[in-house]
Design a binder for this molecule. Structure first.
Ligand code: RIB
Length: 318
């Protein structure tokens, strides 16, 4: 059946984030007094879907999420929150034997965070989930992948979607301790590592644009078609396989960096699903990531398209 609407599909993790804020993070063995806490939707797969859903509101672009939750109250909460973002959950599966994933997050006064993820149902995602989401993977315009579910499942999802014509975007987060599966490199259209993931994958620290360019060359040589190195407050280095460039950072006051990378990738997917040229898609992604750092929460920090457009208009690329 022809797919009338472009489809952004995220295949990945769903967590509930239990977040505590404190002036500073505790050292090992130490207890500190916190200021507030929240129990909200998180998980890289669901954050990317939720952020894409918020951006796509009223645009005619469909957003869906495939992955696994447990049959528990956190699973029910994740469903409710994702529906609020307009995400189609038809391909989402429930696992009676596993708990919904959670992330324990500490955030300090400067907005820095540390995160412990207990994957639960996410770590049970396998090729049966790929089979179950087959129709969606084959219809996807853009497939968003991350590494909070096993890499074999990520590889199978990438293969299926890419063979059917999707643009496959992999956020190599959390940084893979043992690298990527050899076959996975060749199934990625766009790899979007941040600074620590770039170092983990290449051994090179992208401290300058020149260093980021060297790291991108290493990643392209492994088989990916394009690379975006997220350099945090130094902006984004991009290489589309033919051309390359640097997108300057937006000037913002960050309060919470959780899920900024997820919102970046959602912005990228939204722009690509609209057929935007690569440098413009990078700029849109960068604005989405920057705005996410000005708001608290994970999925909740995702910006609306109007806010993204306003930031880009206020701070045009030089
Ligand atoms: O990328 C941010 C996410 O990482 C959080 O929402 C948390 O769930 C962890 O998975």
């Amino acid at each position: 059946m022809p797919n009338a609407k472009p489809l952004i599909l995220s295949f990945g993790s769903i967590n509930i984030d239990v977040t505590a804020r404190a002036a500073r993070l505790p050292r090992p063995g130490e207890t500190v007094h916190g200021e507030s806490y929240a129990v909200m939707l998180g998980g890289k797969g669901s954050n990317q879907a939720a952020a894409a859903g918020r951006l796509a509101a009223g645009s005619g672009i469909q957003v869906a999420l495939a992955g696994r939750i447990g049959q528990d109250s956190f699973g029910a909460q994740a469903r409710r929150e994702l529906e609020r973002f307009g995400v189609d959950l038809t391909p989402l599966r429930e696992d009676a034997a596993q708990a919904t994933g959670i992330a324990l997050i500490g955030i300090d006064g400067s907005g820095e965070n540390c995160i412990t993820v207990v994957g639960g149902a996410n770590m049970a995602v396998d090729e049966t989930d790929v089979d179950a989401a087959s129709d969606w993977l084959e219809r996807a315009t853009v497939l968003l992948l991350q590494l909070e579910v096993p890499q074999q499942a990520v590889l199978a999802a990438a293969r299926k979607a890419r063979a059917a014509g999707a643009v496959v975007v992999l956020d190599p987060a959390p940084a893979p301790e043992h690298g990527l599966l050899d076959a996975l490199w060749h199934e990625i259209d766009i790899l979007t590592p941040n600074e620590s993931e770039t170092f983990q994958l290449t051994g090179l620290r992208p401290d300058t644009v020149e260093d980021a360019a060297k790291a991108a060359e290493v990643l392209l040589a492994r088989g990916v078609k394009a690379v975006l190195v997220k350099m945090g407050s130094r902006g984004v280095f991009w290489h589309d396989g033919t051309q390359s460039g640097h997108s300057a950072p937006f000037r913002i006051e960050p309060v919470d960096t959780v899920a900024a990378g997820d919102c970046f990738n959602a912005g990228l997917a939204f722009a690509l699903a609209q057929g935007k040229p690569f440098p413009e898609a990078v700029r849109i992604a960068s604005a989405c990531g920057a705005l996410a750092t000005t708001r608290h929460g994970a999925a909740d920090a995702a910006p609306e398209w109007e806010a993204v457009a306003a930031l880009m208009a206020a701070q045009p690329e030089a």
